[in-house]
Write a protein that binds this ligand. Structure first.
Ligand SMILES: O=C(CO)COP(=O)(O)O
Length: 256
């Protein structure tokens, strides 16, 4: 089944007001002809207003966020709600990134709750999963990915993955320059899709599974040749308009 690819930039803790405006302008210029690939950027939440303003009047690049909290309003210092993200036009919301699981001790169950909150709000969860280097060496990659997915499957049901995104991001590949090979990533992506297909083939067929971890302008095209790699979640290379555009266009070409 043909799935429309999604390439998303996760800016992480980088940028400024000026940088946001400049990068969005650069992306708009580079990507204005793109038709066969969905594109999203997740700037730091502080700069959503600048990004929203700079994106006005075009429809190629959607806005996203790197995180969300569970509460809607009240005495929850520092939290950000789904409604606040919607207020800025954010659509694709990253949850369960390994950096949040590691530095903020976010559990599988907590991430699944965020998934549910996003679905309820009509936003698109981008659920990050992936194993550590040690788990990889111990042959536990599939087990870890399935456990992280099961937290959602077992609480919200398989239908929750309709219209949702999964980003397979092996932790050993993030920011290391050491991407998984296309074959390695394909094998895991297929196992993730098969795991969902065991509950519903139709849901598995439509779910977008992005690869993330040292994707750049020179390795993206090879990754996208694989049938179950439906796009990319890009960190470092999403901070440069030209490199990010090469990745988007590689996805568009490979999946057309
Ligand atoms: O964590 C990532 C995207 O969410 C990947 O980061 P890099 O592309 O910098 O390896």
């Amino acid at each position: 089944m043909a799935r429309r690819p999604l390439v998303m930039g996760n800016w992480k803790l980088n940028g400024s007001k000026a940088f946001t405006k400049q990068l969005v302008e650069g992306l708009k210029a580079e990507l204005k002809e793109v038709k066969g690939c969905d594109v999203a950027i997740a700037p730091p939440v502080m700069y959503l207003a600048e990004a929203e303003a700079a994106l006005t009047g075009q429809s190629v690049i959607a806005l996203g966020s790197q995180n969300v909290d569970l509460k809607q309003s009240g005495a929850f210092t520092g939290d950000i709600s789904t409604e606040m993200l919607k207020d800025f036009g954010a659509k694709y919301i990253i949850i369960g990134h390994s950096e949040r699981r590691q530095y903020h001790k976010e559990s599988d169950e907590f991430v699944a709750q965020k998934f549910g909150a996003l679905k309820e709000a009509g936003l698109v969860p981008v659920l990050c999963i992936g194993e550590t280097e040690q788990e990889n060496e111990e042959g536990k990659t599939q087990e870890v990915c399935q456990r992280q997915i099961d937290a959602v499957l077992n609480t919200l049901g398989v239908e929750a993955f309709n219209g949702a995104i999964i980003a397979y991001e092996p932790i050993w590949a993030i920011g290391t320059g050491k991407s998984a090979t296309p074959e390695q990533a394909q094998a895991i992506h297929k196992s993730i899709r098969d795991h969902i297909a065991a509950k519903s083939q139709a849901v598995a067929d439509q779910v977008i599974i992005q690869y993330g971890g040292s994707v750049n302008d020179s390795n993206a095209a090879d990754l996208f040749t694989q049938p179950d790699i439906d796009g990319a979640l890009v960190g470092g290379a999403s901070l440069k308009a030209d490199a990010f555009a090469v990745i988007v266009k590689a996805a568009e070409k490979a999946k057309s």
